[in-house]
Design a protein around this ligand. Structure first.
Ligand code: NAP
Length: 460
């Protein structure tokens, strides 16, 4: 990161702040959008909150996120509060308001979840919704459901008074929200309708991954869509129960992504392009769900299979070749897939294969097909699977390695060496972009290649 006099500072205030994922979002956005900004977490104690907000404004800090325990108390230090944030009673984003000489507060948790719902294709209009929990997150969910025009909200909480408070504030006439004790969920089963359920309690969060507030299968029979606000583990027990009873289950890592993206958009008065948001989501997934696989990418003949097998043996890891995997899945040769169904169908199979492998592969060295990382979607999936290592080699070296191989259709043309040069030049930037690290593979000795690869792949 190149910090200059033009770099603006954005950040987070809270306590604690050590484990925040927000720098991944905001510094990642600055880097990809070429915006000179740096995002820093600031530890702020309760007593110092008002001084911190004033000081930040004086320091021309462009914007701040606010996390626990300050989301409510920070409102006293602001010059303006957005309508939704005021209704929810929680602010997580501060934006400079020069006319009034202070910060305006927003709640992008709510708008982040709203954007996630849109992206996941979930419409709330006219639906019956069940919200489990009545803490800060549940209140934001209830507000979102109201502005999306749901027909009914059953708000279930262990401490029923808290559900009552939320209902009283957001729906004073009691037309939509029905506060209930969690233990009374059985009453909901008397009707016949199916619901969209938001799991907004803190139960099920790693490491307590076997916990859920309702175990009863007859409850889950009625859930058509279940959204767990918890995103770690990736599939909570609540989500497993929803899926096992035929519903669609989602976690809310995208809510975290979009609350950050919306804050960044407010601070910089711009719209983050979808492909950049997708890249940041990949980086978040890598942080939250780290994998110990090694992915080798590069042009044909760069040594992905040969060196990959040696690397797997060295680290006592499994080895997987994606082309072989796809052939086994499809029950036919790649050349047959190309001939019978076309390249687009093959690329689709690649993406499907990677999506499955992303969730299942562990401790494996993966050698990829040469064209696989050229699709941005595949490149993102590969980064989620593991650390991506690009094997680079000169066209002449590649040509010498593959010229006798009769299975390479490319080499059947008139000028195979020229084709290799042209394709490699075209693919080079995409390989570099997809990779965490590049390793010079202009070398035929396995021992020497291992000496180069071992420090690069980051296995401890
Ligand atoms: P909170 O204000 O502390 O509320 C916690 C909720 O969990 C309350 O409803 C509480 O019920 C309930 N609860 C706790 N222990 C329980 C138990 N043993 N049995 C039944 N219910 C229990 O927390 P929050 O800020 O609303 O956050 C709730 C969850 O949402 C957290 O896991 C958080 O990680 C997640 N979240 C995710 C995002 C995201 O970006 N994806 C954003 C915000 C929050 P009582 O009122 O009875 O104590």
């Amino acid at each position: 990161m190149n910090i200059s006099g033009k770099t603006s500072v954005i950040g987070l205030i809270g306590n604690p702040v050590e484990h925040t994922l927000s720098p991944v979002i905001h510094n990642g956005l600055g880097e990809r959008l070429n915006i000179p900004s740096v995002y820093v977490p600031f530890l702020v104690e309760k007593e110092g909150l008002s001084a911190a907000v004033k000081g930040a404004y004086a320091l021309h800090i462009k914007g701040l996120n606010v996390t626990v325990p300050h989301k409510n108390d920070v409102m006293d230090s602001l010059v303006e509060i957005d309508e939704a944030a005021a209704a929810i009673g929680a602010v997580n984003t501060l934006v400079r308001c020069e006319e009034k000489g202070g910060y305006k507060g927003y709640n992008t948790d709510m708008s982040g979840l709203r954007r996630q719902m849109k992206e996941d294709g979930i419409s709330l209009k006219g639906e019956t919704v069940v919200i489990l929990g009545a803490g800060g997150a549940a209140k934001a969910v209830a507000y979102m459901c109201l502005i999306e025009g749901v027909a009914k909200i059953y708000l279930l909480n262990r401490t029923v008074e808290k559900a009552g408070e939320i209902a009283g504030k957001l729906d004073p006439e009691g037309k939509v929200i029905v506060p209930m004790a969690l233990a009374d969920y059985g009453k909901l089963l008397e009707g016949l309708e199916k619901w969209i359920v938001f799991q907004a309690t803190s139960i099920g969060l790693a490491p307590h991954i076997d916990q859920v507030v309702i175990e009863d299968g007859s409850f889950y029979d009625r859930v058509k869509i279940g959204v767990d606000l918890i995103y770690n583990p990736a599939e909570t027990k609540f989500m497993k129960l929803v899926a096992a009873h035929g519903g669609k289950a989602f976690n809310a890592l995208k809510m975290l992504l979009y609350q950050g993206i919306i804050a960044y958009e407010l601070w910089h008065d711009m719209t983050v392009p979808e492909d950049v948001a997708a890249e940041i989501y990949t980086e978040l997934r890598r942080q939250v769900y780290p994998k110990d696989n090694i992915v080798l990418i590069g042009y044909m003949g760069s040594g992905k299979t040969t060196f990959g097998k040696a690397l797997a043996k060295h680290f006592d890891m499994d080895f997987l070749d994606t082309d072989g995997y796809i052939e086994r899945q499809a029950g036919k040769k790649i050349s047959e897939i190309f001939a019978e169904e076309g390249e687009e169908a093959f690329r689709k199979l690649e993406t499907e294969a990677l999506t499955g492998l992303r969730d299942s592969l562990q401790h494996t060295v993966v050698a990829t097909g040469g064209g696989m990382p050229l699709r941005p979607e595949n490149a993102r999936l590969l980064r989620e699977i593991g650390r991506v290592c690009y094997l680079t080699a000169a066209p002449q070296v590649i040509y010498e390695r593959v010229k006798e191989d009769g299975n390479r259709p490319l080499l059947k043309g008139e000028d195979p060496y020229g084709t290799i040069c042209r394709m490699m030049k075209q693919r080079e930037p995409m390989y570099r972009r997809a990779a965490d690290v590049a390793v010079d593979a202009n070398c035929d000795s396995i021992e020497e290649m291992l000496e180069r690869l071992i420090p690069a792949v980051g296995v401890e």
